[in-house]
Design a protein around this ligand. Sequence first.
Ligand code: GDP
Length: 300
Amino acid sequence: LARLRARLVKSNNVFGKSLLALLSSDDIDDDVWDEIEETLLMADLGTEPTTELLDRLRERVRVEGLKDPERVRTMLREELTALVDPSMDRSLNVDVSGRPSVVLVVGVNGVGKTTTVGKMARVLVAEDKDVVLGAADTFRAAAAEQLTTWGSRVGVPTVSSDVEGADPASVAYEAVSAGIEHESDVVMVDTAGRLQNKSNLMDELGKVKRVVEKQSEVDEVLLVLDATTGQNGLNQAKVFAEVVDVTGIVLTKLDGTARGGIVVAIQRELGVPVKLIGLGEGPDDLAPFDADQFVDALLE
Ligand code: GDP
C-alpha cells in the first residue's frame, strides 16, 4: 500500500506544487488562489469542478473569517473529497452464485485492457476464484497471444481463436461455455475497441454482450481509460457509455501522469464510479480506487 501511495503521490506531483504547502501562510492572497487554481487545472480536474471548488472554498474562508492555515487546508481536503464522491459504490460485482459471473472489459486499443484483464485475474485467483479468460480482441493480431501469456502467468486458461479476425462474439461465447463447463467463478472477456466507427463498435460490443447474456449473467462492464489522455479519454468514455451500459471505470497509467483529477471529470460526466486504478505494467500494479487516499495524493 505504501508503494502504491508513493507512486500516486509522485505521479500527481509532477508539477512540484503542493496544494497544502500553498496554503501555509496566514495571508491567502490572489496569487495563492491563482496557484491553487492552476495546480487543479493541471491535474485535469476540469474547469467547472475547479471553479466550483474554489468558489466554495473562498466563500467558506470569507464567512468563517479564517486565518488559520491548518483549518483552510482541512477545508480544501473536504471540498476535494466531496468532488471525488466517496459515497459511490466501487466494489466489484462478481456474483459467483450465478456462476460464472462475466466481466466484459472494453476500451480503445492501447489503453491497457489486456494488461488490466491479466492483473484482475491475478487478484481473483488470489481470492481463490476459478477464472477463465476470453480473448475477444480478435482485431489486434498480438492481443490473443498477449492475453494467453497473462493467463499462463497467473495460472488460468485462456480461450482464443486461431483465426485472425474471427468473430469476437463467438470467442466470447466459447469462453463463457468453457467457464460453464469448468464451473468457473468468473469469465473475463477482453474485447476490441475500434472507435473509428461508432456503429461498428456498437454492433460488435452489443453482439458480444447479447451472446454472453444468453449463457450467463454479465455482472460488470468495465471501461478502461488511459489517464494520460486527458480530455480525449473523456470523449472516448462518452462514446462507450452510449454503446454499452458501463458499470465501472478502470483508470490506467496513473503512474505516469499528473492528471489524476480526470477521475472527477469522468465520474461527473458518466455517473459511473472509478473502481480500479492501474499504476504500472506489472501483475501487482492494480489497486482499488480509494477516494481518501486519492485526495491525499492530489494534495501532497
Ligand atoms: P490494450 O490494447 O487496451 O489491450 O492495451 P495493453 O494492455 O496491450 O496495454 C498497452 C500498453 O500499456 C502496454 O505496454 C502495457 O504494458 C501498458 N500499460 C497498461 N496498463 C498500464 C499502467 O497502469 N501503467 C503503465 N505505465 N503502463 C500500462
